[in-house]
Design a protein around this ligand. Structure first.
Ligand code: TXA
Ligand code: MG
Length: 325
């Protein structure tokens, strides 16, 4: 298992490992990230290796300042406005990649664009101290649920990395929202930690959705985030042998017979539900139930990202197009 450290000890050790081209799992406000020096090809290759991720899946480059972001990407006025409003925070912008940025080409997987994000907290401090951007996908093996605690990350990846920085459970609990300006319009590539409505309010325009021109965010593969158990969504009743993932104060019929039960948010708060989502899916998976029934979660605000992750987890496993089994 990996070494688990916090505070200044973690900072010191993380900086040394990153400088040596090694990987470090770090807390961000969304989920833990599996971070490596984005300018070092070997470090980036290690990320794909540790995750067992297909090479053509591009990574998010994490920055600590607008100045660092601008050495990497070209900002149009709309993207700049969104960065000013939401950074540091759970928003990722896909932008034209600037030539000579110093990023290793493996980060973008050959695309002409780069996904950029400025995280909150330890991640930002680490990047600022390191002085270079960090490539960091969610800290989980490919196709698995994203880690939201140091323990979950260690259990999944601990054998393949040296250090997990413990920042406690992540605040937001789902990955960042990904948007891209396209011909003056704004497209939602992945719902996430910033509700679409908040982005629309700042942008003054509606987000385009359902990119049918191919999968722009390959991490959006249908059966991503898959737990071992099958998932049955919008359950109004619990079948024998099922575990139950609840939401809100009202229970599905037969809930008392569930093999295991966890409530994403008793109070019906979507924010609390997002923060609990991955940990609770993992916990119910460990109950040994073959099926996890999930009560309906409203689709507004953060509910869009929650429902997106739930339906990916519920997708038939043979839709694992190019994720390794
Ligand atoms: O909250 C987050 O975003 C977390 C934390 C660690 O920052 N990171 C994360 O990274 O979720 P990852 O690699 O698991 O997901 C990144 C997503 C993938 O779906 C990837 O395909 C997409 O971003 N992506 C990266 N570069 C892209 C690009 N140039 N164009 C479109 N999508 C891109
Ligand atoms: Mg991921």
């Amino acid at each position: 298992m990996a070494e688990i450290l916090e505070g200044s000890k973690a900072m010191e050790r993380a900086l040394a490992l990153l400088a040596a081209g090694e990987l470090v799992a770090i807390p961000t406000e969304t989920v833990y990230g599996l971070a490596g020096d984005a300018t070092n090809g070997e470090a980036v290759a290690r990320i794909f290796e540790a995750k067992g991720r297909p090479r053509f899946n591009p990574l998010i480059a994490h920055v600590a300042s607008m100045a660092m972001a601008e050495t990497i990407a070209e900002f149009d006025p709309m993207s700049r406005r969104l960065a000013e409003a939401f950074w540091p925070g759970p928003l990722t912008l896909v932008l034209p990649h600037r030539a000579g940025s110093g990023l290793h080409p493996l980060v973008t997987a050959g695309l002409g664009t780069i996904a950029l994000r400025m995280p909150k907290g330890f991640g930002s401090e680490l990047i600022a101290a390191f002085g270079r951007p960090l490539a960091a996908p969610s800290a989980n093996s490919s196709g698995k649920i994203s880690g939201t605690t140091a323990e979950a990350v260690d259990a999944d990846l601990g054998r393949r990395i040296k250090l997990v920085v413990d920042g406690g459970p992540t605040q937001v609990g789902v990955e960042s929202t990904i948007v891209k300006v396209e011909n003056g319009a704004l497209r939602l590539l992945r719902p996430g930690g910033v509700p679409a409505e908040e982005i629309e309010a700042v942008a003054g325009t509606k987000l385009l959705r359902n990119n049918d021109a191919g999968i722009e965010a390959p991490g959006m593969m249908l059966s991503h985030y898959a737990p071992g158990a099958a998932m049955r969504l919008n359950a109004s009743a619990v079948e024998p042998g099922e575990a139950l993932l609840g939401f809100g104060p009202k229970r599905a019929d037969g809930a008392e017979g569930a093999v295991a039960f966890l409530n994403l948010s008793e109070a019906g708060s979507l924010r609390e539900a997002a923060a609990n989502l991955f940990t609770y899916m993992q916990a119910l998976d460990r109950s040994g139930a073959k099926i996890i029934a999930v009560e309906p979660v409203p689709h507004e605000g953060l509910g869009e990202a929650i429902n997106d992750r739930l339906s990916r987890a519920a997708a038939p496993r043979d839709s694992l197009d190019f994720e390794p089994k």
